[in-house]
Design a protein around this ligand. Structure first.
Ligand SMILES: [Fe+2]
Ligand SMILES: [Fe+2]
Ligand SMILES: [Fe+2]
Ligand SMILES: [Fe+2]
Length: 324
């Protein structure tokens, strides 16, 4: 590689990763919160508001996915430059209503633009033109995000009324129950970040020089297959994440912002597989427990949801198992 890279430079790129992960979680959770807010909208506005709410909800989800893609692209670049990518997000800021969602989004995008201008400058200084090009492309998209938030900031979105008194059937949803559901949410977030990073890492392993031509073929094929498999899996985990977050908000709980356990990336394809296997194993045990609890509480919706998710986690488990 002709470009000589410093650790400060990798740190700067990792700041971008931490930021992308932050806003992805932020927009995902805001998207998940919207359905709950929608149900509290004033009765006289009900015909008017669902459209606006729906629209903003869709936008937030689209942005969340775009930010996750940005994170992946930057992680890929970091591995290519020989650095290690962070799995730690900056703290997301969720808010309680549409106005706050739009305001926090606007602020986050402004911060992004500032950071990315710095990265584009630095990349230019280093002669690291691919990184410069990547961030120019991301910069344009963040600018669009900024304008989107700005546009919605200027329209007046009616605020939800005071919460109606809690009905009796909802009293079973106590703090312990929310803590349990949040364990699932935290483990999904951990899986998303872990698999996205590993997907890029496996891909980078694929490009690394090997000892013999035969080794190149066998190892690189496997790394590429695993990389593709991880991509498929993390997209399903994102779907799980969204569903669980929506459910927690709907039951009037608060969503945790942090992944748990901490995502682990691993150094080799074998390690990546073992870590995935272990993560799915833990998810399966946890989700069985949640299904039992939900059944006890008569919370059939949550039970059904986790039964569906559980089936996919078992599939993931066997996918990793196949390659071990
Ligand atoms: Fe982004
Ligand atoms: Fe953005
Ligand atoms: Fe999952
Ligand atoms: Fe999974």
């Amino acid at each position: 590689m002709s470009v000589k890279i410093t650790s400060e430079y990798i740190e700067l790129l990792n700041k971008a990763v931490a930021r992308e992960l932050q806003v992805s979680v932020q927009y995902f959770l805001q998207h998940a919160k919207i359905e709950k807010i929608m149900r509290k909208v004033k009765a006289e506005n009900i015909l008017l508001d669902p459209t606006t709410y729906d629209q903003i909800g869709q936008i937030l989800k689209k942005l969340a996915i775009e930010e996750m893609k940005h994170a992946g692209a930057i992680v890929e670049r970091i591995y290519y430059l020989g650095g290690e990518a962070t799995t730690k997000a900056f703290k997301p800021k969720i808010g309680e209503n549409m106005q706050e969602f739009m305001q926090y989004g606007f602020e986050a995008e402004e911060e992004a633009l500032e950071l990315y201008r710095e990265i584009i400058r630095e990349a230019g200084k280093f002669g690291d033109y691919d990184t410069k090009e990547l961030f120019r492309k991301i910069y344009r998209e963040e600018e669009e995000h900024l304008y989107t938030f700005q546009e919605y900031l200027t329209i007046n979105i009616s605020e939800p009324e005071e919460t109606a008194p809690k009905s009796e059937w909802r009293e079973v949803f106590d703090n312990d129950y929310f803590a349990l559901l949040n364990k699932a949410l935290a483990s999904e977030l951990s899986a998303i970040i872990q698999y996205i990073t590993q997907h890029e890492k496996a891909s980078a392993i694929n490009f690394r020089k090997k000892e013999t031509p035969l080794e190149v073929i066998t190892n690189s094929n496997k790394a590429q297959v695993i990389s593709d498999m991880l991509k498929k899996i993390f997209m399903q985990e994102m779907d799980h994440y969204e569903k669980i977050a929506e459910r927690i908000y709907m039951l009037d709980g608060e969503c945790t912002l942090d992944p748990d356990p901490l995502p682990k990336v691993g150094e080799s394809v074998e390690e990546i597989l073992k870590l995935g296997h272990q993560a799915e194993d833990e998810a399966i045990v946890l989700y069985r427990k949640i299904i039992t609890e939900a059944t006890k509480k008569g919370d059939i919706t949550t039970k059904k949801m986790f039964e569906e998710i559980l089936m996919e986690e078992e599939e993931h488990y066997w996918m990793f198992d196949d390659y071990l």
